[in-house]
Ligand binder design. Structure first.
Ligand SMILES: C[S@@+](CC[C@H](N)C(=O)[O-])C[C@H]1O[C@@H](n2cnc3c(N)ncnc32)[C@H](O)[C@@H]1O
Length: 475
């Protein structure tokens, strides 16, 4: 018999957690989005700049940090459902910083090629640094459960079958709030394949598209500057150039000089269509009534200059009006930028030949650009925008002369922000106007529907889901 007291195992020497600057930065960005309602696309660039200066971040570190932040935010709905099935309390009772570390870990495990052991150990080390050793154990236990299945395996377990509840199934599988799945499906129509493609397109990082502002630059100049392997001509806009991943617009002289800019092709098509509608009579005065930050205004300004027309770019927010000034700087033709409320405009009725109102909206058409936006928006935001949208369109129709044309645009495909607003204004606001079929002014663009208005789609056109109605004032 051994009467000696059991020997105590020597305590494991304490090991300091390893700091991984990429994961630390991703965590900091996620906290800012969660805590301060910050926008990922605004928070990340300064963090990356600081990391480049202080931590010696290289391009691939920046790319990984960006992917971790954007991917985690986009897939949050899917990851929440998976994490919820691995913890024994409701997710709302898990501390938000713990949930952020878990979601970052889930994304590495299920949405990247990082090997499982590396994803778990990197997440546990991150948890030790930012949460402490106790909570790191919890993170370790949850992430180990997640390693039991791959993404498809998890989706089979946590998403209800499509046949039982199609919207709930799509919401979890494609990581969108259910009400947005429902709204987008109503707007798109059709069966399962279309809506699935659309939801997946929202989960892809959009290409960076440039516009060569006519008369100031050409797509050929931009393509030569970016090099054959790094750029492609636009799909639809004759002024567009698509950059390969990693292309830096700011490195191009034409962009720095404002002769070209970054602009989604859908946004280009809207400005081009408005400019192309034939007019009887003068075509000298153009208005952009909601101009900030100035993408469409800069393209309209360049087109107006080629025809000897002048552009007034108006924007309510003074700081955004300054962005419009910057976008239009160097425009070869006459233009003016003012800060004014388009619902109580300073211009006289009938002053313009062409008017664009690209109204504030929910942005449901640009979810791929703002990874956190889908989780922030609420169903009640949709009717919340309607009065302003109606007022801006009514004033736009008053601003245009009889025979002139108004373009009503939104970056949302939600019917309550698009057709319903136009129908309502035409019926109730006492301004006489008629629909113009917009489709002929988007030559070569397929699947534009039955008209007269046009709805673009990320999965069909590779653009944001821009809407355009063209109206001619009749009396
Ligand atoms: C969708 S954005 C316009 C985007 C712009 N057309 C572009 O392509 O860069 C809508 C703009 O309308 C502005 N806005 C909001 N309320 C307004 C109002 N009452 N009058 C004029 N502009 C307004 C917002 O500040 C915002 O800059």
């Amino acid at each position: 018999m051994n009467d000696q007291a059991p020997r105590k195992r020597p305590a494991k020497p304490y090991r300091r957690p390893k700091k991984d600057p990429v994961r630390m930065l991703a965590f900091e960005a996620l906290r800012a989005v969660d805590e301060r309602d910050a926008y990922a696309n605004l928070v990340l660039p300064p963090l990356l700049r600081k990391a480049r200066e202080k931590e010696g971040f290289e391009t691939r570190d920046a790319a990984l940090a960006t992917e971790l932040v954007y991917g985690t935010l986009r897939r949050q709905g899917t990851y929440d459902a998976i994490i919820a099935s691995c913890v024994d309390r409701p997710l709302r009772e898990v501390d938000p910083p713990v949930l952020d570390v878990l979601s970052l870990g889930a994304h590495q495990l299920l949405g990247t090629r990082i090997p499982s052991h590396a994803a778990v150990s990197a997440s546990v080390e991150l948890a030790r640094v930012v949460l402490g050793d106790g909570r790191a154990k919890f993170v370790n236990a949850v992430l180990r459960k997640i390693t039991a299945h791959d993404l498809d395996g998890w989706l089979e377990r946590v998403a209800p079958p499509y046949e039982d509840d199609p919207e709930a199934h799509l919401a979890i599988v494609h990581s969108h709030p259910r009400w947005i799945v429902s709204a987008l499906w109503d707007a798109l129509g059709g069966g399962r394949a279309g809506i699935e493609d659309l939801l997946e397109a929202d989960n892809e990082r959009p290409e960076v598209t440039l516009v060569a502002r006519p008369g100031r630059s050409t797509p050929e100049e931009l393509l030569a500057a970016v090099g054959e392997d790094s750029g492609l001509p636009g799909r639809w806009s004759p002024y567009a150039v698509r950059l390969a991943e990693g292309g830096e617009p700011g490195a191009l002289e034409a962009v720095r000089e404002g002769r070209a800019g970054v602009q989604d092709e859908g946004s280009q098509l809207v400005a081009l269509a408005l400019a192309e509608v034939p007019l009887d009579g003068p075509d000298e005065r153009w208005l952009d009534g909601c101009a900030g930050p100035g993408g469409k205004a800069a393209l309209l300004g360049a087109l107006a200059a080629q025809r000897g027309a002048a552009l007034l770019a108006s924007e309510k927010q003074p700081h955004r009006a300054r962005l419009v000034e910057r976008a239009l700087a160097g425009n070869p033709g006459p233009y003016q930028v003012i800060a004014a409320d388009g619902t109580r405009p300073p211009w006289r009725e009938g002053s313009f030949d062409r008017v664009l109102v690209d109204v504030p909206c929910t942005g449901l058409g640009a979810l791929r650009r703002r990874p956190e936006a889908r989780w922030r928006r609420r169903p009640e935001d949709v009717p919340g925008f309607a009065p302003l949208q109606r007022d801006l369109l009514r004033e736009a129709l008053r601003a245009v002369r009889v025979g002139g044309v108004v373009g009503y645009a939104t970056c949302s495909p939600h019917p309550a922000e698009t057709k319903a607003v136009v129908d309502d204004v035409l019926k109730r606001e006492g301004v006489s106007a008629e629909w113009i079929d917009a489709r002929p002014y988007m030559q070569g663009v397929p699947v534009l529907g039955d008209g007269p208005d046009v709805q673009l789609w990320p999965h069909l056109h590779g653009t944001d889901a821009m809407y355009l109605a063209l109206l001619r004032r009749t009396a």
